[in-house]
Design a protein around this ligand. Structure first.
Ligand code: ADP
Ligand code: ZN
Ligand code: ZN
Length: 737
């Protein structure tokens, strides 16, 4: 169909609806033409929605008389500038996702609802100069005031009253006591935060490798992607800080992304103390007005540095100068539902568009990034040794076969824990499994207590008095007898963090211990309070999941024990081994960061596994190179490109039928260069009462894959079977589950 021209203006609008493409609207005569990037109110079906104008013109593929007029214009000036609109269009086409939903992802909730893009006055609290000079001892007799004082101390810019109310220990009476003592004050704030007046803390003198990295990176001003591969504790953050300072000095902004669990108050205060500019922090804990405030401060260029997790990659910047992705291998950069984007990959694209440098940093780079560095597409910089006085920890395997284990702990590991405790060190035992035991098993027939809604067993919690499914959240009491044979002897098999903690309490009575997992740290702020106890030495034994793997600096921690290194050695997911190696290396990196020499012990039943041995003896980089060779032989990423079509339904027959039809449609298109693997049931076929299956697409060339997807997805959408399942397409999938 030929586009039709008309005399009245036609607006191409991204509408927040799960439909692909833009929608055209007529501009009524009484309204001025909005600028591209402005929000407008539009009729959509019987509703009124808020959309963003992408184009103002006079063409449409729809007949003019069938176009509806827009209702009103919200913004006088664009809310999304041109580079941002281009980035969002690219995301819509690369991830094959409706543009309106992509745009919605990029906007704070208040803007999505059509509220004005202005800073609202807010009541803010902060410590007075007198309050800043207080010491914790002064609050010995008033612990509740002490806790609130600590909270305020963390927020040099002040904290808005709504957020303060959500912090642990908030109490209005306690707050007013701090205020009447002249230690805290409140003021009305609109617009930029007043400068704190504090002078930035001095930086340590960079060592030779750090200085070389800063020199190599700071000559870049145009687009260039660099991989900064530095062992844990090598001082990558110092390199970032030095580069950010240089960018700020030229009047430009830096965007720094960190993983979900890497964004700790410790990291925020490190950036706050060291940089002269205002920091805008974006994370999932912000309320809607704080998020809008930070977003607007970044867009106006008032915040020199934007620090945030995954979704912060779409924060608008007034004068972008540099992007940094810390722990670039981290899985939390990939969104696992809705718009399944990778913030790292989007960031690289964004840097290219702004023509600015981007740095990917990690001790354990993703194989994709490492391959790009090894082939020279990315600049490759390495930090081989730890900064300051710290030494690399010594790593050893403990063969636990035929050993008598105490709740999963070998005599050798228990002996080492004792030795390190005796020497005054702290000890961390790592196990990526929460709960008491992963299975309740019948001693007579081997029956495993299952989840009724998933193809998996349930995990025992609370010392075995409670069953919980880690995949759908279902909970129930353990049965008294086996469902299969009626046997009465049901055993808790395997270990979770709860069981390890209980075992340690028995083995090391009186030694103060803390457990870190999602069951023990449910309240906002409880993690930070517990970490503070560790840093103060009040806790000597730590047991935890991956929550403890990154970012934390415990100077007295001298032993890390990995209770089970075998997860991931024989998984169906080709990335499991890479993930295991990253996790083990990151957790090992917690040991020996201070003056004490560190030791890392890994329990395994497969001490001869060649890649595990390589990892222990040579480190992550040689391990990664060997793993890359295996990937190349099998054509898996980064040596091939994947897309995953997933489908699920409460009706077991629906997903396979839909996937078969989708596969047939792909064959009918007869496009070269793409292989179809499947359809097959997902590794856990039933989850939360739904049957799940998938079809994997693989291509040697990315362009071939996208050519197929481009014509194939519209066909799938129209399949009658598509209405009987919930389906989604995942580009560059990270989890094949
Ligand atoms: P990474 O981000 O690579 O894990 P960090 O930047 O957090 O490393 O540095 C690890 C520790 O070493 C921190 O306590 C940091 O203050 C310290 N450090 C970093 N660089 C230096 C340096 N050049 N001199 C002295 N200490 C340093
Ligand atoms: Zn039985
Ligand atoms: Zn379940």
């Amino acid at each position: 169909m030929n586009p039709r021209k008309t005399t009245s203006l036609i607006l191409r609008v991204a509408v927040p609806a799960p439909l692909r493409g833009y929608f055209d609207y007529l501009l009524p005569e009484h309204l001025p033409a909005p600028q591209p990037g402005a929000r407008v109110r539009i009729p959509f079906g019987r509703r009124q929605l808020v959309g963003v104008v992408f184009k103002v013109g006079n063409e449409s593929e729809v007949e003019t008389k069938r176009l509806r007029p827009l209702t009103s214009i919200i913004d006088d000036t664009p809310i999304l500038d041109e580079p941002m609109r281009e980035l969002l269009s690219w995301m819509a086409s690369y991830y094959h996702h409706p543009i309106g939903e992509v745009v919605a992802t990029a906007l704070p909730v208040r803007l999505r609802k059509g509220e004005a893009a202005e800073r609202k006055p807010q009541v803010v609290l902060r410590l007075t100069a007198q309050g800043i000079e207080c010491t914790p001892e002064q609050f010995k007799r008033a612990p509740r005031q002490g806790q609130m004082w600590q909270t305020l101390l963390q927020q040099p810019d002040g904290i808005n009253i709504e957020s303060l109310r959500e912090t642990p220990g908030y109490n209005a009476a306690v707050l007013s006591r701090l205020e009447s003592a002249g230690l805290a004050e409140r003021f009305n704030r609109q617009g930029p935060a007043p400068a704190s007046g504090a002078r930035p803390a001095p930086a340590p003198e960079l060592n030779q490798e750090q200085a070389a990295a800063v020199a190599a990176l700071s000559v870049q001003s145009a687009f260039k992607c660099s991989l900064l591969e530095g062992v844990t504790g090598s001082g990558k953050t110092e390199v970032y800080l030095a580069l950010v300072e240089k960018v700020l000095a030229t009047g430009r902004q830096a965007l720094v992304l960190v993983p979900e669990i890497g964004l700790t108050p410790q990291l925020i205060s490190r950036f706050n103390q060291r940089l002269s500019s205002r920091l805008a922090v974006l994370h999932s804990g912000l309320n809607d007005s704080e998020r809008l405030d930070a977003w607007l401060a970044a867009r106006a260029g008032e915040a020199g540095v934007v620090l945030g997790t995954r979704s912060a990659v779409l924060t608008p910047l007034h004068r972008p100068g540099l992007i940094i992705i810390d722990e670039e291998h981290d899985a939390s950069y990939k969104q696992q539902d809705g718009l399944r984007y990778s913030a790292r990959d989007v960031a690289v694209r964004r840097a290219q568009q702004h023509n600015i440098p981007i740095i990917l940093g990690s001790a354990t780079p993703a194989l994709e990034s490492l391959q790009n560095a090894l082939t020279g597409r990315y600049q490759h910089l390495r930090l081989h040794s730890r900064a300051g006085a710290a030494q690399k920890p010594v790593m050893r395997l403990i063969d636990v076969r035929a050993q008598t284990l105490t709740e999963g702990l070998s005599p050798a590991l228990v002996g080492s824990v004792q030795t390190h405790l005796d020497a005054g060190g702290q000890v961390l035992l790592f196990l990526n499994r929460r709960g008491y035991a992963p299975a309740l098993v019948c001693h007579d027939c081997g029956w495993v207590a299952p989840c009724d809604r998933c193809d998996t067993g349930m995990t025992l919690h609370r010392g075995g008095r409670h069953l919980c499914c880690h995949h759908c959240g279902a909970q129930r009491l353990p049965p008294r007898a086996c469902d299969n044979c009626g046997g009465q002897e049901l055993l808790a098999v395997g270990e979770g963090t709860e069981r390890i903690a209980a075992a340690l309490r028995g083995l090391f009575p009186g030694v103060p211990m803390a457990r870190f997992d999602r069951d023990t740290l449910t309240r906002k702020g409880s993690m930070e309070a517990r970490l503070q106890e560790v840093r103060e030495g009040k806790v000597r034994l730590l047991v935890g999941t991956q929550m403890l793997a990154k970012g934390h600096d415990f100077p007295d921690l001298s032993l890390v024990g990995v209770v089970n290194s075998d997860h991931g050695l024989f998984s169906a997911d080709f990335r499991a081994l890479e993930r295991m190696a990253q996790l083990v290396t990151q957790v090992a990196g917690r040991a020996g960061r201070g003056q004490r020499a560190g030791e890392v012990l890994l329990q395994t039943r497969h001490p001869d596994h060649p890649l595990l041995r390589l990892l222990i003896s040579e480190g992550y980089h040689p391990f990664a190179q060997a793993t890359l060779a295996e990937r190349e032989a099998s054509g898996l990423p980064p040596f091939g490109h994947l897309a995953l079509l997933q489908a699920e339904s409460p009706q077991p027959a629906a997903p396979p039928a839909f996937l078969d039809a989708a596969a047939q449609a792909a064959y009918d298109l007869n496009l070269p260069g793409v292989e179809l693997w499947g359809p097959i049931p997902a590794p856990m076929e039933r989850r939360a009462g739904r049957t799940r299956g998938h079809l994997l697409l693989r291509a040697q060339k990315r362009s071939a894959l996208h050519q197929l997807l481009h014509v194939w997805i519209p066909v799938i959408e129209k399949l009658p079977l598509a209405r009987r399942v919930r389906w989604a397409i995942d580009i560059d999938p990270q989890d094949l589950i």
